[in-house]
Design a protein around this ligand. Structure first.
Ligand SMILES: Nc1ncnc2c1ncn2[C@@H]1O[C@H](COP(=O)(O)OP(=O)(O)OP(=O)(O)O)[C@@H](O)[C@H]1O
Ligand SMILES: [Mg+2]
Length: 440
């Protein structure tokens, strides 16, 4: 017989108030976080609408007996394991928003035990049922779920959590399908990069009321594939800021959101918008910050990577871990953002230049802008320039010094493609075509 040893911290208040702010998808996320943190290489979450339950299963280490009898059924609120992604000792207890009961089966060092934790009364919250698991004589609560037990018993070690009798599919109310869709989308964004980095498999699955069960493998994703980025680290060397420009139509642009994407041990924790480009006062000090970015900068992205022991990036509030950038990292993001903006503007003006020559090529005779400019400059220098003297373009060109080639190039590239085309035709006519270098 196993017994619960922990003191349940303010559990009733927790279950009935704090818990309400946690969404259904977040509840599942916490279970999956635990799975990958505790060594699972095959992790799945099943949204079973047919049997009105959610199952989180993994092939991790399983839960050691002492933890199972204490922390796993006890509310802690302090950082413990700094190496992983756990923090508050709360994650696995956040199930009440979906289900009144949490059933756990775990196998550690070859021994299987289970628990039933029922949040419907004060009495049951404080007295979870915990015991060794005998497949031949399963507890009543597990009988409706025996279809899952065979698979569980066949793994060497691991954990399976069942949330039975789903009360509501979170904000999707009665629609398990919509809940599943939101979950899958969230998982791709949250775990994609982690899966690639760690070579782990993850799948989500949907069991509809009738018909075929779907399995969706979460695709491992490298958000920097074929991408150049700037990288800087903070003074501690633990926090890295990467800044880059995405191609708006690429697969990649879907994997990261516009703004600062924050990854904790390669798991996406949150996205914070760019705040303010410029300066602001913080605790009496002026610091650089990144501003709500002009729509123009939609393709500029930043990612902050940190390990869970990098204290200045996150804090724990009474419910869960919150990720907030510390001053130093915020400054780094701002300076890097400004650098990328410059790079972006440079690329953009290059692009405009190539646009001009592209449409110029549409004309019946093809000119290269630089050659056209060069030849024009020499015509001016030699006094051969004679067309449309009233035009503003002519006046500007006429006032140029002899070596005004660069200036002419600037003028041509700042003109609209239409104007350049007109100028090309005019030059061709006026100068008889021969004096202007034509490029095939
Ligand atoms: N799938 C699992 N495999 C192995 N151990 C687990 C698993 N889930 C939970 N545990 C153990 O139970 C403990 C409590 O889990 P819980 O999710 O409540 O808190 P946490 O992960 O420590 O912190 P938090 O989730 O708040 O960041 C964990 O620290 C871990 O030791
Ligand atoms: Mg956890």
């Amino acid at each position: 017989m196993l017994e619960h040893n922990g003191t349940i911290f303010n559990a009733h208040r927790y279950a009935t108030t704090v818990d309400r702010s946690v969404t259904g998808v977040h509840i599942c996320q916490e279970l999956t976080d635990n799975s990958i943190q505790y060594g699972s290489t095959e992790t799945s979450i099943i949204v079973d609408s047919r049997n009105n339950r959610i199952i989180a299963a993994d092939t991790g280490t399983g839960i050691p007996e002492d933890i199972f009898c204490d922390n796993f059924h006890t509310f802690h609120n302090e950082p413990k394991d700094a190496s992983g992604i756990s923090m508050a000792g709360l994650g696995s207890k956040l199930f009440y928003g979906l289900s009144d009961i949490r059933i756990t089966l775990t196998k550690y060092n070859g021994i299987a035990y289970y628990s039933v934790w029922d949040f419907t009364s004060h009495e049951t919250i404080n007295n979870p049922i915990i015991d060794y698991f005998d497949k031949e004589d399963p507890p009543d609560e597990l009988i409706p779920h025996m279809d899952l037990v065979g698979r569980f018993m066949s793994i060497e070690s691991g954990t399976m959590i069942i949330l039975p009798n789903i009360k509501t599919w979170g904000k999707y109310k009665t629609s398990a399908g919509r809940f599943y869709h939101a979950l899958k989308t969230h998982y791709v964004e949250r775990y994609g990069h982690y899966l690639k980095e760690n070579g782990v498999n993850m799948a989500t699955s949907f069991v509809p009321e009738k018909g075929l069960i779907t399995w969706d493998h979460i695709k491992p994703a490298d958000i920097f594939e074929n991408t150049k980025y700037n990288s800087v680290t903070d003074k501690s060397g633990k926090i890295e800021v990467r800044s880059w420009i995405v191609d708006a139509n690429s697969e990649q642009s879907k994997l990261t959101k516009f703004g600062i994407n924050i990854y904790r041990n390669n798991v996406k924790a949150s996205t914070s918008g760019f705040l303010n480009i410029g300066q602001r006062k913080k605790k009496g000090q002026t610091i650089s910050i990144v501003k709500a970015s002009p729509l123009d900068y939609k393709s500029i992205r930043q990612a902050v990577f940190f390990k869970s022991d990098s204290d200045d990036v996150f804090k724990i509030n009474h419910i869960k871990t919150q990720v907030t950038l510390g001053d130093e990292v915020e400054q780094l993001c701002a300076t890097e953002f400004q650098k990328i903006v410059q790079e972006y503007e440079r690329l953009r003006s290059e692009k405009q230049e190539s646009k001009v020559s592209e449409s110029f090529e549409d004309n019946r005779t093809t000119f290269s802008i630089s050659e056209l400019a060069e030849s024009t400059a020499w015509k001016i220098a030699n006094g051969e320039f004679s067309f449309n003297k009233a035009s503003g373009v002519y006046k500007t060109i006429e006032s140029l010094p002899e070596d005004g080639i660069d200036l002419i190039k600037n003028i041509l590239t700042s003109m609209s493609p239409n104007q350049v085309n007109k100028l090309g035709v005019q030059l061709e006519t006026t100068l008889g075509g021969n004096s202007v270098q034509q490029v095939a």
